[in-house]
Design a protein around this ligand. Structure first.
Ligand code: FE2
Length: 396
C-alpha cells in the first residue's frame, strides 16, 4: 500500500525541507473516550499512551495510528494546563500539525528568522532509547506547527514502522486493535489540512506560508472566488516545496446566506482553526462502505447530484484523453460519494458531518485517480447540503 510521499533526510540542505507529517494533535475534553471514538469509527489503532500510569502528571496523551497517520489526542489533567482554556474556548479540535524535519531546532530558527512567532522554544526530550527535539511556531488562530526531529529508537524511520513515539509513552493494546486489523478502513496518510481564517485574512496567510515556510501556491489552486448564491468562501491552496503537505486556506465571503466558514468561526470563538483534515485512501468505495458500517455520519448529497455528475466528469476526462471513472456508478451513488475531474484525472471524495457537537472540525475521505485538485466541481452541491445542515442547527 502506498504511504505518504517522503524525502530522504540525507538529501535536505534547507532546514525547512519537510520529511513528513509527524503527527496531528487534537485537544479534546476526554482523550480516553475520544480514542475509543476514532478507533471504533475510523479504524485507528490505539497504540501508545502517556498518562498518570506512565508518569505524565499534567496531561493524558493517546497516540492513534493507521497507515502513515499518527493522531495524538491530548486532554489536560489540571485546570492550569493550556489545553483546559482552549477546550473551553473552542471545544475539541486540532491544536498542532507537527512536521518531521532533519533538525527541529534549525528549522525553528529558520522559520523565526523568516518572521514566524514562537509558540514554544526548542526542547529535547530524552531517555535511554533516544531523543525527540520539538520546537513550535504559531500559525493561524490557536493552531501551531511543531518541527520534530528524532534519533535512536524514536527515529522517524522506526516510528513509521510502529516504533515508539516519544519519551514517557508506553505501548498499550485495545481489543479494537485486532478488530481493526481484521476490518481495515484503508486510511493511508493526511492528504491536506484546510484552515478557516477571518474575512480578509486569506492573503495574509498565503504570504505567511510563502515567507516563513517557503511554501508555494499549489498549481491547481481554485483561482476563482468560490462565491455562489449559496454559502460563499474564497480559498487558496499552499503547498510545501516537495508537495509533501498541502494547506488550503479559506476565508468567508459575502453571500446571500451565512457562509459555512462564518458559522465555523462563530462556534470557534471567532478564532481561526483547522476546518477539516482529509485522509487519503486508494479505494474510496471500500473505505466509505466500512466507515458507514461503523457509524460515521457523512454529509448527504441532493438526489439530483447523480443525474448530472457522470456527464460532467466523464466529459472532462474524455476531453483530456483520460479513462472515464472506473468505479461502479451505482455503488458510488449508493454510498453517496462525490466525484470530480480536472485536466489530470479524477478524484472521489466525501465529507463527514462535524465530529463534535460544535459545528467546527470534520474529516474528508479522498481518493485521487490522477487529479491533484480539491473537488471544486462539487462545491455547489456541497454548499446546498451544508446549508441544509446549517438550517437544522439554526445557524443560517
Ligand atoms: Fe478538502
Amino acid at each position: 500500500m502506498t504511504t505518504a510521499p517522503t524525502t530522504s533526510p540525507a538529501l535536505t540542505a534547507d532546514p525547512l525541507q519537510l520529511v513528513d507529517v509527524d503527527h496531528v494533535r487534537f485537544y479534546v475534553g476526554n482523550a480516553k473516550q475520544a480514542a475509543y471514538f476514532y478507533a471504533h469509527t475510523f479504524g485507528f489503532r490505539i497504540d501508545q499512551i502517556a498518562d498518570l500510569t506512565t508518569g505524565s502528571r499534567t496531561e493524558a496523551d493517546y497516540l492513534l495510528t493507521q497507515g502513515n497517520i499518527r493522531l495524538l489526542l491530548t486532554t489536560p489533567l489540571t485546570k492550569d494546563h493550556p489545553a483546559a482554556e482552549e477546550i473551553k474556548l473552542y471545544g475539541d479540535g486540532i491544536k498542532e500539525v507537527a512536521l518531521t524535519v532533519e533538525d527541529a531546532e534549525a528549522a525553528y530558527e529558520k522559520a523565526i528568522s523568516n518572521g514566524a512567532e514562537c509558540a514554544q522554544a526548542p526542547r529535547t526530550l530524552e531517555d535511554e532509547k533516544g531523543t525527540v527535539t520539538v520546537a513550535s511556531i504559531k500559525i493561524y488562530g490557536r493552531v501551531i506547527h511543531t518541527f520534530v526531529s528524532r534519533t535512536g529508537e524514536y527515529a522517524y524511520e522506526k516510528l513509521r514502522k510502529g516504533g515508539m513515539f516519544m519519551p514517557t509513552f508506553e505501548k498499550i493494546d485495545s481489543p479494537l486493535n485486532k478488530y481493526n486489523e481484521d476490518h481495515p478502513c484503508g486510511l493511508m496518510f493526511c492528504d491536506h489540512f484546510v484552515g478557516n481564517v477571518e474575512e480578509g485574512k486569506m492573503n495574509h496567510w498565503v504570504k505567511w506560508y510563502e515567507d516563513v515556510m517557503g511554501f508555494k501556491m499549489f498549481k491547481h489552486f481554485d483561482d476563482h472566488d468560490i462565491s455562489t448564491e449559496y454559502s460563499a468562501l474564497m480559498s487558496k491552496v499552499m503547498a510545501s516545496g516537495n508537495n509533501m503537505i498541502k494547506m488550503p486556506i479559506n476565508e468567508p465571503a459575502e453571500g446571500l446566506k451565512k457562509s459555512q466558514i462564518q458559522e465555523y468561526l462563530e462556534w470557534h470563538n471567532m478564532t481561526p482553526g483547522v476546518q477539516h483534515l482529509a485522509f487519503r485512501t486508494d479505494d474510496e468505495l471500500a473505505t466509505v462502505a466500512e466507515l458507514r458500517r461503523r457509524g460515521v455520519d457523512f454529509l448527504a448529497m441532493p438526489e439530483t447530484y447523480y443525474e448530472l455528475v457522470w456527464d460532467r466528469v466523464d466529459k472532462m476526462l474524455r476531453e483530456n484523453g483520460h479513462e472515464v471513472v472506473k468505479e461502479d456508478h451505482q455503488r458510488v451513488k449508493d454510498l453517496g460519494v462525490l466525484v470530480d475531474a480536472d485536466d489530470e484525472g479524477y478524484l472521489l471524495q466525501l465529507f463527514t458531518k462535524p465530529l463534535q457537537d460544535r459545528p467546527t472540525f470534520f474529516i474528508e475521505i479522498i481518493c485521487r485517480r490522477g487529479s491533484q485538485s480539491f473537488g471544486k466541481g462539487n462545491f455547489k452541491a456541497l454548499f446546498e447540503s451544508l446549508e441544509l445542515e446549517q438550517e437544522r442547527r439554526g445557524n443560517l
